[in-house]
Design a protein around this ligand. Structure first.
Ligand code: NDP
Ligand code: MG
Length: 402
């Protein structure tokens, strides 16, 4: 039977990899719905190729352009617009939804996908970082399965026993003999750069990741290792893990995508090329395996696999994220919002590279407002907006000195 797929963030890096996996398996999947922010021409090409039934663009002007193009090409595809259009599309009936919008912008549509009861493949880690318990409460209420797409979390998922795979969000790690989750990360492009030179780093250089090819926001997060910090929080929620259950290990070659250590001394790992098509295919087809168009790993061409402890002086964002993850949901919301604002300012050349951590720390120091309810979406969105606004102001004042 053909499965109906919804792809949120179809024009992005994960979206493009997901389309390649779908192309490899046309008899199994039908791309029914797609959305993006404003790239109307790119979305039009996808609609045409996959004969998509429904599409949405967040940007209303871009949606009007897309509607006109679809009409003049004689294609039958409904075009929705705005945030409500994106959420309506995400909440419609699908077998599987890939949540691959970047940042907090993807939160409401990810929740709408869970409410539709679809299986949800989660790439948009920020949505989970912001909502944690609310995310899994929504999934449980609507019997929506959550499957990790982030490569490390896919590796952990694959290294856990089946009963944990079937209970993502509430698995009992200790009862299954799990000693530790070993969360690996490449360390980014500045792993060996002298610390005093980090102040000179420009956006163009930070956008050159040594191993992975990804969208701009996550590429900067990988350089600062904020990405690993967000993934630490993501892993805690996905695998119901305590802070002490997770160890972060730098592994520059990105061949081992993460590991699970058991109490008898065994360590299970998932290895592969640094190619997001593998975790996307794993989530889509679970529990089966499908072709993903990925070259096999040639072990005879691997020179070495190395592992290091992260240095918090080099990666202050990683430390801030671990602390926020241990402090509570409000701190996670602030961390994520402040980071998004800081990364945007850095990408626009307004602040220096070390200022990203300064902006985030300043915002975390303001604390969570009294009465904040981590189970209330309204409270989460209000705190996100506040932290984002204040972080942008902090970035602007740091920028004057930059
Ligand atoms: P990109 O920047 O490449 O793509 C983002 C996508 O989201 C685009 O399709 C963009 O549309 C769309 N989008 C942005 N804002 C909105 C909005 N308000 N409404 C609807 N669509 C929107 O990001 P990535 O693909 O790199 O990352 C996506 C997510 O996956 C992130 O959360 C990231 O952390 C996670 N991830 C990514 C990995 C990777 O290898 N890239 C690896 C692991 C996780 P448009 O093109 O029109 O701007
Ligand atoms: Mg990752």
């Amino acid at each position: 039977m053909t499965e109906r797929i919804c792809l949120l963030g179809a024009t992005g890096s994960i979206g493009t990899s997901a389309l390649q996996v779908l192309r490899c398996n046309p008899e199994r999947y039908r791309l029914a719905s797609v959305c993006a922010l404003r790239q109307a021409d790119k979305l039009f090409d996808i609609i045409k190729e996959f004969k998509v039934e429904q599409a949405a663009l967040f940007d209303v002007k871009a949606a009007a352009q897309l509607r006109a193009k679809v009409k003049s090409a004689g294609l039958k595809c409904g075009i929705l617009e705005g945030e409500s259009g994106v959420c309506q599309l995400a909440g419609a009936s699908h077998d599987f939804t890939i949540a691959a919008i970047v940042g907090a912008a993807g939160l409401k549509s990810a929740l709408a996908a869970l409410q539709s009861g679809a299986r949800v493949g989660l790439a948009n880690k920020e949505a989970l970082v912001m909502t944690g318990q609310l995310f899994f409460k929504t999934a449980q209420e609507h019997q929506a399965a959550v499957l990790p797409i982030d490569s490390e979390h896919s590796a952990i998922f694959q290294s856990l026993p089946e009963s944990c795979q079937r209970t993502v969000g509430r698995c009992a790690l200790k009862a299954h003999g799990v000693e530790k989750i070993l969360l690996t990360g490449s360390g980014g492009p500045f792993r060996t750069r002298p610390l005093e030179e980090l102040a000179l780093v420009q956006a163009e250089e930070a956008l050159q990741h040594p191993v992975w090819s990804m969208g701009p926001k996550i590429t900067i997060d990988s350089a600062t290792m904020m990405n690993k910090g967000l993934e630490f929080i993501e892993a805690r929620f996905l695998f119901n893990a305590g802070a002490e259950d997770i160890e972060i290990v730098i592994h520059p070659q990105s061949v081992v995508h993460s590991m699970v250590a058991y109490k008898d001394g065994a360590v299970l790992a998932q290895l592969g090329r640094p190619d997001m098509k593998t975790p996307i295919a794993r989530a889509l087809a679970y529990p089966e395996r499908i072709a993903a168009g990925v070259e096999p790993l040639d072990f005879t061409k691997l020179e070495q696999l190395t592992f290091f402890k992260p240095d918090f002086k080099r990666y202050p964002c990683l430390k801030l994220a671990i602390e926020a993850g241990c402090a509570g949901q409000g701190e996670c919301v602030i961390l994520n919002a402040a980071n998004e604002a800081a990364v945007e300012a850095f990408l626009k050349g307004r602040i220096g590279y070390p200022d990203i951590a300064r902006v985030v720390e300043t915002e975390l120091n303001r604390g969570v407002p009294p009465g904040f309810n981590p189970h209330s979406l309204e409270d989460i969105l209000a705190l996100d907006a506040r932290a984002r606004r204040q972080a942008a102001a902090t970035a602007a004042s740091l920028g004057e000195r930059h």
